[in-house]
Design a protein around this ligand. Sequence first.
Ligand code: 5AD
Ligand code: SF4
Length: 445
Amino acid sequence: MKKLHIKTYGCQMNVYDSARMADVLAPLGYAPVDAPDGADLVILNTCHIREKASEKVFSELGRLRPLKERDGTMLAVAGCVAQAEGAEILARAPYVDVVLGPQAYHRLPELVARAARGAGAALDTDFPVDVKFDHLPAPSGNQGPSAFLTIQEGCDKFCTFCVVPYTRGAEFSRDAAAIEREARALVEGGAREITLLGQNVNAWHGSDGEGLGSLVRRLARIDGLERLRYTTSHPRDMDDGLIAAHAEEPKLMPFLHLPVQSGSDAILDAMNRGHTVAKFHEIVARLRAARRDIALSSDFIVGFPGESDADFARTLDLVREVKFAQAFSFKYSPRPGTPAALIDRQVPEPVKDARLAELQALLKVQQDAFNAATVGRTVPVLYERAGRNPGQLVGKSPWLQAVHALAPAAHAGRVLATKITAVAPNSLSGTIVDSQLDGGERRSA
Ligand code: 5AD
Ligand code: SF4
């Protein structure tokens, strides 16, 4: 048995890809281990979205180098930094054995074999996304009650700050029948919740032009599957069918990550987001009309080039008006090759810092209020795995909140009505009130 350590950076698409890489290497005798020490192969599955994310890769490679010298560990760099900077990686870290982009994972065994033969570093950053999924093995079924399933890749939106269209390529939708087969295999392997993934997941469309709403309805018919989610969405692709699915499909969870980035029309325009602030508010109103208890999460960028104090104030206004259950916020980071990096009106770093702090303070107040509001309520929790303390399980509420409760291990994989009793900074605690409940999502009052 050979030891494989995969370290994953960035988004959930990378988490999914890392699992697929482990699956593709399993037939070659590679079994996953938790630490790089003593591993035969270490794969860094990298993220290029912000500058800090890609710099981390080079420092990690520096730390791994002695392992290679000591144990002969083979080093591979996968993911978006590999795609964008493959040649630079081999120049800066010539001891790396394999560099492969996100569309080349099915070729991993071949690349590893080639590097093992001492044929020099193997580099594959070709782009044909369609062949990848056809050549990957089915998921191994050890993913636990909550699984990811990539249904869409790539992005044609070209937001002016973003590298994704360059690293992940054009939008590609997987075939609905293949997605359903994979979903059924995941459920047979124990999944009760599936999160559909894509860089622009709601741009997914089937061969007849049907949208994500219809795919959700199709997958919701799978027996044993209790919850569906999807991420990450673009406001431009929130179509009527998808909004209607939130109203009509109880398995579709009432939580949506919908990045808005800014609350200023001028900045949204400069970002090439393709919608206005008013349009975003309209989408939120329609979602809330469809599903009263839907909670929203979002991404924000502060300090985009040219962002004035007034523009930033509008972002705060949008946040106050919408009220988010959760959010991610970032300082703008110029990415090589993107149009915004060339704008000369870059915002000074201290201004970005101050805006980020102010925005995050406001978002934190909203998140705490949202979590506090669940105390005293009884909500359905999908228990996933052992919690921090003995005898505890941890699971997720419909709104993606982590919930800890005392429960026997056999309750993992079940949706159980749970009374929320307390709130901690990053999780809730509760008491299971209905341990008979097995399956069948309960809607709380
Ligand atoms: N600078 C800062 N944040 C960025 N994001 C994407 N590109 C950049 C960048 N150049 C953020 C966006 C996106 C999230 C995944 O990362 O908010 O929604
Ligand atoms: Fe990047 Fe914009 Fe595409 Fe999202 S929609 S991946 S932010 S270019």
